[in-house]
Design a protein around this ligand. Structure first.
Ligand SMILES: NC(=O)c1ccc[n+]([C@@H]2O[C@H](COP(=O)([O-])OP(=O)(O)OC[C@H]3O[C@@H](n4cnc5c(N)ncnc54)[C@H](OP(=O)(O)O)[C@@H]3O)[C@@H](O)[C@H]2O)c1
Length: 198
């Protein structure tokens, strides 16, 4: 099971690797950044505000997080946005499910998935492996939260107010109490909050 910093592992171990895992329990982890006022992107999906946190040698724990992941689920719009921005989706070493309503052929280890999300998560969790990274966006996160399928949230608060855009938490998500595992402050003003289900 998950071990948070107040349980058996030391704070130092946790700082190096916030997602220490035991192989038999796989978790769905939403790892995402939002503005202080709750937006993950501008009105047309712009994510340039995230670049304000760029700092040489600082990845905000992302590389360590990725070591504990072997499966990614991503909303079709987030996947397409990266292509539109001229990037190839990088995680070719992982099984990636692009969640959509429209069937399309797979691209290597990237599979377009049109089925039921609960079925997908339970299929993945019933196989041995590492954790499952939800790479956004808000539509997908909302769909997962509506079905109570997210086990942990690692949310990076960007010290900016965007004023408008794509909200992370949409209406319709059932109320749920979370347990705070850690807050971590970074020099550029980003604060990372780590929650799990109570
Ligand atoms: N700040 C961050 O850390 C961060 C992280 C991720 C993304 N983003 C940004 O967020 C924006 C996209 O977010 P978004 O909320 O608009 O879209 P999204 O969640 O990335 O994708 C939405 C699409 O996913 C599919 N989908 C979602 N739930 C589904 C379900 N239950 N069943 C079947 N298909 C489902 C649908 O695809 P179809 O339309 O194909 O049916 C839907 O239109 C982009 O601009 C991206 O760059 C920011």
């Amino acid at each position: 099971m998950w071990h948070g910093p107040r349980e058996e592992i030391s704070q130092k171990e946790y700082d190096t690797n916030p997602c220490i895992i035991v192989m038999h329990e796989r978790k769905v982890i939403l790892y995402i950044a939002m503005s202080l006022d709750g937006y993950i992107a501008g009105p047309s999906g712009e994510i340039e505000f995230l670049s304000s946190m760029d700092k040489a040698g600082e990845d905000y724990g992302y590389a360590n997080f990725l070591k504990e992941i072997d499966t990614i689920i991503i909303g079709r719009k987030t996947f397409d946005k990266l292509k539109e921005m001229g990037y190839q989706y990088p995680h070719t070493d992982k099984k990636v499910y692009i969640i959509t309503h429209t069937t399309k052929p797979d691209i290597g280890t990237f599979e377009y998935y049109t089925g039921n999300l609960t079925t997908l998560i339970s299929k993945i969790k019933n196989l041995p492996g590492k954790h499952i990274y939800c790479d956004g966006g808000a539509d997908l996160a909302t769909a997962l939260l509506q079905e109570n399928l997210i086990d942990e949230i690692l949310i990076s608060i960007i010290p900016m107010v965007l004023g408008e855009g794509i909200r992370l938490f949409k209406s319709g998500i059932p109320s749920q109490r979370l347990k705070l595992l850690e807050t971590k402050y970074f020099e550029k003003g980003l604060v990372r909050l780590h929650y799990c289900k109570e």
